[in-house]
Ligand binder design. Structure first.
Ligand SMILES: Nc1ncnc2c1ncn2[C@@H]1O[C@H](COP(=O)(O)OP(=O)(O)OP(=O)(O)O)[C@@H](O)[C@H]1O
Ligand SMILES: [Mg+2]
Length: 464
């Protein structure tokens, strides 16, 4: 539909005739009426005179650019006024027609403008859909499992329920916790993280619950705990499996009735704090083994969100890599478009023991190494380059001599063995060497040759 605005009645009647039968025309003799009485979303092009009493064409253009930036606006300017035409284009008009234009020019311009509006609108909806599919509040992912995570976060946003985020190291647990907070009605409150594994046992209690003056030697002042600091917001209990048993009891009390008692205090304090906990161990197994209290587990596990390891959602890898690439390039002021196909293949077949965090680091390194406009294999670490050259599928045996094929199979098999070995021992090479019945130095050499870094296999609890 064409929206026509002109305060000269004659033109208002003539223009629709010049346009021909192809268009429905809605005509107004004042800009204010046009704005007030039309749904711009149904309009394909706005034709308006620049010189009008009241709100003129340029002001109308400004108003439309704000409410519907995709709608093409064609302005009718005075005969021979170059400065007016320039002004129209500068302010964002799609085109202009100078007084005295031919019907043919009107029809052609209108036709192009309508096309422009349609394309711009389609691009915008596609873009919106793309963003919807590929990320959620900064959490990137297009795999089914990540979509499930997005919808869980969505559903939990209107609730105050305790959330337990689980997943291997580097899968994005803290990122998810922050988004849960940010999308909740507590978003104006604070997000207070505490890593239960990083704080010495004897300090953890007063760190979490606070203490009164003189509660223990060295407690010169009374001090609020982090739960109190999080009042009105969210407390993020990271690596919650490391919480000592007596503090689990104290936490349970808070989870039950919202009450917190500072160390040394007689009375408790009621607080309004939402708890999000995270762990990269299987908490249920800790419960079975008697290392974590069952009652606390049930309370923390009210609403679990599990983040699968990156190797189980390879379709997220190219997307994450591209997002990290763009972010990195911006920081380093480099312009790199993307990855060579072999590099992407290597990234997708690697097993990512350090998950998304490791991928982020690999991309960061590659950006620094890159000399061209694409990331090539030479930008990868030796470990990844070897992954890229591993004979992953039988077709790579094609044309190999027996010796070469045997070496390739051996390399792959031994690599898999070493990875399992080192995973089982959580990166502890000394223990792994005992199981493997080889000298420690030998094992170090083997690991190095196969590009396996024991540090990547350590649980973050003992990684320090
Ligand atoms: N889906 C994702 N989209 C974008 N960035 C991600 C995603 N997942 C993880 N990251 C990024 O990877 C890094 C590691 O994530 P995060 O710290 O949340 O992991 P974690 O699960 O808490 O790890 P750990 O158990 O070692 O503490 C962060 O820089 C985070 O922003
Ligand atoms: Mg973390």
């Amino acid at each position: 539909m064409v929206l026509l605005v002109d305060d000269e009645r004659d033109r208002l009647h003539l223009l629709p005739l010049s346009l021909g039968d192809g268009y429905r025309v809605l005509a107004f003799d004042s800009a204010r009426d046009a704005l007030g009485q039309t749904d711009l979303g149904t309009v394909d092009v706005l034709l308006a005179d620049v010189r009008m009493a009241g709100m003129n064409g340029l002001e109308l253009l400004d108003a439309v650019r704000v409410t519907d930036p995709d709608l093409a606006v064609v302005l009718l300017t005075s005969y021979g006024s170059v400065s007016q035409a320039v002004e129209c284009i500068k302010r964002g008009a799609y085109d202009y027609l100078q007084a005295g234009f031919e019907d043919e020019a009107l029809r052609a311009t209108t036709h192009r403008a309508v096309e422009h509006t349609r394309l711009a609108r389609r691009a915008r909806t596609l873009e919106a859909r793309l963003h919807l599919r590929e990320s959620y509040n900064g959490i990137v992912g297009q795999s089914r499992s990540m979509h499930e995570v997005f919808s869980l976060i969505d559903r939990v946003s209107t609730s105050d329920i305790t959330v337990l985020v689980t997943g291997e190291s580097g899968t994005g647990k803290e990122l998810v916790a922050r988004v849960v907070h940010r999308t909740s009605r507590r978003s104006a409150g604070r997000f207070v993280p505490i890593n239960c594994a990083a704080i010495p046992r004897e300090l953890l209690e007063s760190e979490l619950f606070g203490h009164t003056r003189g509660a223990f030697s060295g407690a010169h002042e009374s001090k609020p705990g982090l739960i109190e600091v999080a009042e009105g917001g969210t407390l993020f209990l990271d690596e919650v499996s490391e919480l000592p048993s007596d503090l689990q009891v104290k936490l349970n009390r808070f989870l039950q009735d919202g009450e917190v008692r500072r160390v040394g205090a007689i009375d408790g304090n009621r607080l309004d704090v939402r708890i999000i906990a995270a762990t990269n161990t299987e908490l249920e197994r800790e419960v079975e083994a008697g290392r974590f209290r069952r009652d606390v587990f049930y309370r923390l596990n009210e609403f679990p969100i599990h983040l699968p390891p990156l190797r189980q959602r390879p379709e997220d890898i190219p997307l994450l890599a591209q997002v990290f690439l763009e972010a990195r390039c911006e920081r380093e002021a480099k312009s790199i478009e993307g990855f060579d196909p072999e590099v992407l293949a290597a990234l997708c077949s690697y097993d990512w023991p350090g998950n998304v965090r490791e991928l982020e680091a690999v991309v960061a390194r590659a950006v620094v190494m890159a000399r061209a406009s694409r990331i090539g294999q030479e930008c990868l670490s030796p470990a990844l380059r070897r992954t890229a050259q591993l004979p992953a599928a039988p077709r790579t045996f094609d044309g190999l001599s027996y010796r070469e094929a045997r070496a390739a199979v051996e390399a792959e098999g031994v690599g898999a063995y070493l990875r399992q070995l080192i995973t089982r021992h959580a990166g502890d090479v000394r223990q792994a060497a005992i199981t493997a019945q080889v000298e420690r130095e030998t094992l170090y050499g083997l690991l190095k040759r196969h590009g396996i870094r024991p540090a990547n296999y350590r649980r973050s609890g003992n990684a320090g």
